[in-house]
Design a protein. Sequence first.
Length: 285
Amino acid sequence: MINDLLSKSKITISFEVFPPKKEEDFQSVFATLDSLAELKPDFMSCTYGAGGSKPKRTVEIASYIQNKLNIDTIAHMTCVGFKKEDLESNCELLKKEGISNVLALRGDRPQYMTDEQFNGREFFYATDMVKYLKENTSFQIAGACYPEKHYEADSFEIDLKHLKEKTDAGVSFLISQMFFSNEYFYRFVDKARDAGINVPVCAGIMPITSTKQIGTSVTLSGSSVPKELSDIIANHGDDPDDMRKAGIDYAIRQILDLKAHGVDGVHIYTMNRIKTMKELMGAIG
């Protein structure tokens, strides 16, 4: 179980992967997983498609990681478009594949969802799904956290209050949204501990290798961009090779600093990029 790994003194290094958007690209993901497995992560997680559009693909990938590669896996599970029967069906699929860890997320609103559907959903927040999973399944449940606060939260303090409710409901460890300044993460962990949130917290890191990627990442995560990273983009953004090297170096320095501070774990958003991950893992040891 992943919680057992996180309870040891060793700092875990884990990866996030995702199902390809195009069906014709799906079979190629298994070769990618084989290559990532050679880097020996402690565990791997697999996302849903946008709005939870590919739950069966998530199960298929998670099963391959768990049963073929023998690496502990977490299947992401979003509730924004789910009714209880959908959730129960997805839980059965995971159970059949021997998957015992899930990351419970609200998820983003699907584009097809009307206001009526969105406002009438059965699970409004991830905490609602956590409670249901805790009462009706034996999954070990992970949750998401936001070092700078969720972009919809009115304040950092209110976001922390909701996070405490989520961990009290049954979340046994947390994976953070990506961030680009470690100081935000250290502050978050200190405040979380003060608030009575004592579960392990994995720091979410995404190597930024292009200017387009930083724009998309900030839009989706609400993370701020520190001056050092802004300077990298300004100085190298017009040269793809230089930008890639500088972005990987920035992520390496983030991870080495996190390890030096003794964090519980580092969760790397791989974007399914093998070359980038080989360079990064070779540098962090």
